[in-house]
Design a protein around this ligand. Structure first.
Ligand SMILES: [Zn+2]
Length: 274
């Protein structure tokens, strides 16, 4: 049986209680292991969500559509009996007004979105949107892991483990530090200067990262041996382009904030080298 304080503990976590209640709950969790575990659980869930799910801005058209749906919702509520909204309680879909034309659900079409959300209350609408926006991202964490690793590498002293412009130094270094032996070549003549290598942990592999400088931009080329997994399509996250390809049983991903053309130029050179 759940502790009677568990709801208040969740409200405390969301900073929805006053100072007196907060003190009571803090005292309670000191001797209630169940509520302590609950706090830890929702804390780690929040941490995971913040780490794994990037901030994605809704397209303006979707935003406008949601606001319109909420307007309709509040207009429908006015005149009806006043109900105090409870944010955490699930909101049952209301029956669709008979006068509104019923469209066949169609993915991606306006009819689907308006149809799907027209009968929902605000909280259910928000939950449903979170589901639709979050699910595709959660299902393939690789691009986000790569962008995180790229951004981390740009912090002071993180970019390069072995500083060298010589492929004969970089390639043997990988042998002792990573699980793969990727293409390492200098393309300085073509504008992509090899500046070194790094070991990084990607997709459960000790990934070898070859680092190039192109003008003022860095291009990290991550490699790992996950040949059994299908690679994601080329994509852009948080302003960083990612180009994926595979040579034999080694998978590659170049990440950079340089332009697509410039980055694909390096990809072409590396593929020719392989
Ligand atoms: Zn308790």
């Amino acid at each position: 049986m759940q502790c009677a304080e568990s709801l208040r503990v969740q409200a405390y976590f969301d900073r929805e209680v006053d100072a007196v209640s907060a003190t009571e709950i803090e005292r309670h969790t000191q001797h209630c292991s169940e509520c302590r575990a609950l706090l830890e659980d929702i804390g780690s869930t929040r941490t995971t969500l913040r780490r794994k799910i990037p901030y994605v801005a809704a397209p303006p058209a979707l935003r406008a559509q949601i606001l319109r749906a909420l307007d309709l919702e509040s207009a429908a509520d006015q005149g009806a009996q006043t109900v105090t909204p409870v944010a955490t309680a699930p909101v049952a879909p209301k029956p669709r007004p008979a006068a509104r034309p019923v469209h066949a659900p169609r993915w991606g079409g306006r009819a689907f979105w308006t149809g799907a959300f027209s009968g929902m209350g605000g909280a259910a609408l928000a939950a449903a949107l979170a589901f639709f926006l979050v699910v595709p991202v959660v299902m393939n964490p690789l691009p986000d892991d790569l962008v995180s690793a790229h951004v981390r590498s740009l912090m002071p002293d993180h970019l390069i483990d072995v500083v060298s412009t010589d492929k004969h130094t970089v390639k043997p270094w990988f042998a002792g530090h990573t699980d793969v032996s990727p293409v390492v070549a200098d393309f300085e003549a073509q504008g992509y200067k090899l500046i070194g290598g790094r070991a990084d942990y990607i997709d459960h592999y000790r990934s070898a990262v070859v680092v190039y400088q192109h003008g003022s931009h860095f291009i990290n080329v991550f490699t790992w041996g996950g040949a059994e997994r299908r690679l994601p399509a080329n994509t852009t996250r948080s302003g960083y382009h990612m180009a994926f390809w595979q040579e034999g049983d080694i998978q590659y991903c170049a990440v950079s904030d340089t332009s697509w053309d410039e980055m694909l130029g390096l990809v072409r050179l590396m593929r020719e080298q392989a």
